[in-house]
Write a protein that binds this ligand. Sequence first.
Ligand code: IMP
Ligand code: MG
Length: 176
Amino acid sequence: MISEVSGREAKLLLSSEEISNRVSQLGREITRDYKDKDLVIIGVLKGGFIFLADLIRHIKLKIEIDFIRVSSYKEATQAGDIELITNTGISLRDRHVLLVEDLIDTGVTSDFIKRTIISNNPASYKTCALIKKRKRREADITVDYFGFEIDDKFIVGYGTDLAEEGRNLPDIYVIE
Ligand code: IMP
Ligand code: MG
């Protein structure tokens, strides 16, 4: 347990044990839903890398992994404010794509990535986020799988950061 990140007070929200239990459930659901399908899992950098690493070890299927990186959050309020930094390096045409993200806040990032991936004509497209914030989203997006729904608070840990600090924390904290 820690009590501050980047000089700000941090309160425990989700313990590593709670996270791990939920992540294994999600892995089982995904295994069931994608049985016999050609599944490509795309992680969103940087925030999604720890969730992805844990999740895929609970997916008992033959899968291919790739990553996408987009410019971060900051003042983005619509998809046009986001930039693609690194695209995936594999063909997605006619394949079943599952996007794995750390968290959905406004949904603007997810919406942007969806447009980018759909333009490659996959057979299907679904999203999996560890955390979904409970608020009115600006972008009209669907989150097909999610770990936890939380109030509109800023969180850090388990891949997510506060000014690049705290990604390596095993638990998730709320910044007060
Ligand atoms: P959205 O575009 O507003 O949905 O924001 C998505 C991205 O913003 C996430 O993938 C995170 O990188 C970042 N972000 C949004 N809320 C938080 C937070 O509470 N903590 C850390 N990063 C966040
Ligand atoms: Mg960030």
